[in-house]
Design a protein around this ligand. Structure first.
Ligand code: OAD
Length: 253
């Protein structure tokens, strides 16, 4: 795969002319911060662990202590790392275009720590606690260190605030993401395998509404052939370079 991507002038022009840029990010954008992706051979989390044992409501009901041990491990891992140049470049990009929407499948909060505002968290947030019984977000859980913390309101078991397989996307996030995908004119898919639905369908929604599609990924995905521009490389390299070319083009004009 070409790791020295071409940055077509047509893409820079499209960025300059854009009314609304919408970005969908996936775990690949956090890879350079040291957060493992899910499906990559050797290093992906789902290569080493069975998602049905760790990321379903049934798994939680079977063994909530195991699930909490797994998510506490991931919380600690994510808390120790820093946002990278890819996350930061999206903050710059947002300030250079008319309208910008960032949707992320990531639960790590690294976009927000880099300075992105109004991030739509499609799969929840790993640092949130939610009541398994009532579904509400719990901000003041007092026994967070116990093996399975309890909801202070109803006493039910708390769970991490992430979306598991077989669960619905939070309604507000889904509505906002669909609205952005169907009104943007440039849609970026960054660091995602485009295999998990409904997130993977956002690019289709954008395309059907007339947006051009840009993929940033070192590897091909099912979206690559449908993309107008494929920037084949790591987000931490490609995105800062793209933003700096956009800036250079603005200065030349
Ligand atoms: P995947 O592991 O499926 O895909 C990661 C993608 O990132 C791959 O296509 C890699 O080629 C690409 N990649 C790796 N390093 C990169 C880099 N430095 N820059 C850019 N791209 C890079 O992860 P996701 O697509 O995020 O869901 O997975 C989607 C969902 O599946 C996750 O949100 C999670 C998982 O199960 C839930 O937890 C609900």
């Amino acid at each position: 795969m070409d790791k020295n991507p071409v940055y077509p002038e047509a893409l820079i022009d499209a960025l300059r002319a854009s009314r609304h840029v919408c970005v969908l990010s996936g775990s690949g954008i956090s890879a350079e911060s040291g957060v493992p992706t899910f499906r990559e051979a050797q290093t992906g989390l789902w290569e080493k662990f069975d998602p049905h044992e760790l990321a379903t409501p049934e798994a939680f009901l079977r063994d909530p202590e195991l699930i909490w041990r797994w998510y506490r491990w991931r919380r600690e891992l994510v808390a120790k790392v820093e946002p990278n140049a890819g996350h930061r470049a999206l903050v710059d990009l947002a300030s250079r275009v008319r309208e910008f929407t960032l949707i992320t499948q990531n639960v790590d909060g690294l976009h927000q720590r880099a300075g992105s505002d109004n991030v739509i968290e499609f799969h929840g947030n790993i640092f949130e606690d939610r009541c398994f019984v009532e579904g509400c977000v719990v901000k003041d859980a007092s026994d967070v260190s116990s093996a399975v913390p309890a909801c202070p309101a109803c006493g039910g078991q708390l769970r991490p605030g992430v979306v598991w397989f077989g669960e619905a996307i939070p309604e507000d996030a889904l509505n906002k993401a669909m609205a952005a995908a169907s009104t943007c004119d440039l849609f970026f898919s960054i660091g995602t395998s485009s295999l998990v639905w409904p997130a993977a369908g956002l690019a289709d929604t954008a395309r059907a509404a007339g947006a051009r599609i840009v993929e940033v990924n070192p590897n091909p995905t099912p979206l690559s052939d449908m993309s107008d521009f494929c920037l084949s490389g790591n987000a931490g390299t490609v995105l800062p370079e793209l933003v700096s070319r956009l800036l250079a083009s603005e200065l030349r004009a």
